[in-house]
Ligand binder design. Sequence first.
Ligand code: NAP
Length: 289
Amino acid sequence: MIQGTTKLLGVIGHPIGHSLSPVMHNAAIAHLGLDCVYVPLSVAPEDLEKAIAGFAAMDNFVGFSVTIPHKQAIIPLLSEVSDIAQAIGAVNTVTKTDKGWMGTNTDVEGFLAPLEADQGDWSQSLAVILGNGGAARAVVAGCKKLGCAQIHVVGRNRENLTAFQNSWRNSSLPVEISTHSWEELPNLISQASLLVNTTPVGMYPKVDESPLDAEAIANLPEGAIAYDLIYKPNPTRFLQQAQRQGAIIVDGLEMLVQQGAAALKIWLNREPPVDVMRQSLQKQLKIEN
Ligand code: NAP
């Protein structure tokens, strides 16, 4: 029952209607039997500063998730930003502290969780990342943390690619990456141990699309890991192609679960019920399909 002592958590975005975070977090809260609720909060870009000030004024408001379009814009409004969020240039989790609001980014932890499960040695690995947007930044940081020998990023816009590359050179977490056009992909892919799709190509409703053409997919080495950040559909066309080619596949659902679990741990200082969170999302995605 919601009462005066109920702790408030939420997710800010615009629009926010389709966010899966409330389902996942409220399932975890119910499982843990906590006096807490997680709500979707629609905040227009021009109202971001006012919204944050309002949340600060509420004693029972303990933290919130941040999604599009606020992940970068919120940074100057926070009193502290973690090193990883600074390196990525985006915040997805905010917590109230004695000093004010502290922002961090749990997408790297989310991305790494399924890869770290097998404790592999990545020091000889070549990673190929498709796309150079916001999610690609967390993936670059993740590949650096894994210790990949080479990180290659493929994009369609030379200017965006150069800006992306330079931002990592000048970052608090410097990473040396190589950038490539899509035409270079078939050659590049033949050396890949890890291939990550961070573009929205293949995402619902355009489920028949894939970021890989026949030539590129034919060159994917057997035993490589193909990772798609998309979680709807599950699996994507890209993952189906990669699996037929003998790759090990990883879908985006686990990243979504694990970044949420990492956020919940920060807010509530409790071990998150990861299985419950995963099941709640699987059920919700089935309902939506
Ligand atoms: P974003 O910032 O808009 O970046 C998208 C990137 O994909 C950009 O580099 C863009 O290229 C490229 N791109 C878009 N359409 C393309 C096309 N038709 N062909 C080739 N490249 C294309 O988006 P984001 O926030 O990074 O999200 C990307 C995807 O990751 C989405 O599907 C999102 O749902 C997913 N995601 C999943 C999780 C998870 O927890 N599983 C977390 C975050 C994101 P330009 O630079 O040229 O525009």
